[in-house]
Write a protein that binds this ligand. Sequence first.
Ligand SMILES: *Cc1c(COP(=O)(O)O)cnc(C)c1O
Length: 487
Amino acid sequence: MAEPTIYELSSPGRIGIRFPESDVPQQQFPENFMRKELPLPELSELDVVRHFTHLSRLNYSIDEGFYPLGSCTMKYNPRINEVTARLPGFSNSHPLQPLESIQGNLAVMYLLQEWLKELTGFHSVSLQPAAGAQGELVGGLIMRAYHKYRKDDKRTKILVPDSAHGTNPATSSMAGFEPVNLPSDKRGNIDLEQLKALCDETTAGLMLTNPNTLGLFEENVLEVIKIVHNAGGLVYGDGANLNALLGVTKPGALGFDILHINLHKTFSTPHGGGGPGSGPVAVAEHLASFLPDPLIGILEEGNEELPPLYGFIKPEQSIGRVKAFHGHFGVIVRALTYVLMNGAEGLRDVAKYAVLNANYLMEILKNAYTLPYDRTCKHEFVLEGVWEELPDIHALDVAKRLMDYGIHPPTNYFPLIVKEALMIEPTETESKQTLDEFARVMLQIAKEAHDNPELLHEAPHHTPVGRLDEVKAARDLVLCCWRPEAN
Ligand SMILES: *Cc1c(COP(=O)(O)O)cnc(C)c1O
């Protein structure tokens, strides 16, 4: 039964909130700043509580069930992160406070910079970028600044593997370069011959995701980096998949020049609903002076009685600011909490269990789905959501049918080099029971696809809304569903 929406419940004069008496003098705003009317639904507090509670129940989240959304690292977000992020000293601070009064905040940022340097093997880290994609843009701008500084001005191209996330070519081009498509070989590695052929004095660099979006470790990574370096280019690492490497290997030690880290993925902050992310950028020593400003540094060393004095440092050739103030501080607090709660050994276990869980699932599911790159995977793997004998079944059908079983679908139709891709990343926080249940459901769906394909075509059956017309939804956007009745 369709209940009336909050909009239909609106009733003139109904009030949901009582404002306290004003304790400041009333101000007169300029006439032309004031709206004559502000037509909003008029509701009681109870109506509003029910509305938002109802909406929250339509949502699906990692707190509710398994969320194997490949490349997004939807791990459990420990509640203690929320406790530390809400400590009043952090949550009530203001970025314009004098340095002496925000030493604790700066210590948190400094400590996280140090941990990220240690975990990635780089010389310096900037915590400024707002998310991975902005980190990529920063990486591109650093490449640009570096080549310009060396008066090496013919470098106009960035090589981007065909398995890359869409943000890689987009940010390369935003940074003023021409992205050049680099094919993968049959094992899912970069094709070395093609790489050699494409590298020349116009190559500004390569953007490499390792493990790549097939979940595969680039087997020739050292050779790849050498080829690009020999041509005078830089190698940018898209670190979205760092979860697979934590404490096991360091991109800096492999020879990468730049790397972004998605704190909200690897270091646990709720993400996926467009909430704040954080994409720190780490660089090798020869690029440290180009980082966005400011970095957090120690201005005066501490001693037995006094803690160090932390402050802001501007790198000499800095590409400038990329974000208001100091980045997304709340995410930085959560990431440091996560790091400290795990410790060095715990972080290594994160990587090991993420890889173990993915391989466990892959070995079961490859019996019922095509696994185009059949190699030991890292934290994720990619199946085909299609069967030769069933031309009418698509990855989208499998994804929608999973929703009937209360499971969030994997990433689908990405990476582009796998047809009808289903990209599955279980993460380390799921138990064997959950993985077994997911495997059982996936095998069941493969069977349904053969026995009763209509079940898949019409899915989802049990969700608040059924199969959407995605083209119509994009073309014919409805962003506002309530307007006041015309008087
Ligand atoms: C998530 C992701 C990005 C983009 O990161 P955001 O933090 O979402 O901007 C880039 N590359 C890969 C491989 C990713 O998975």
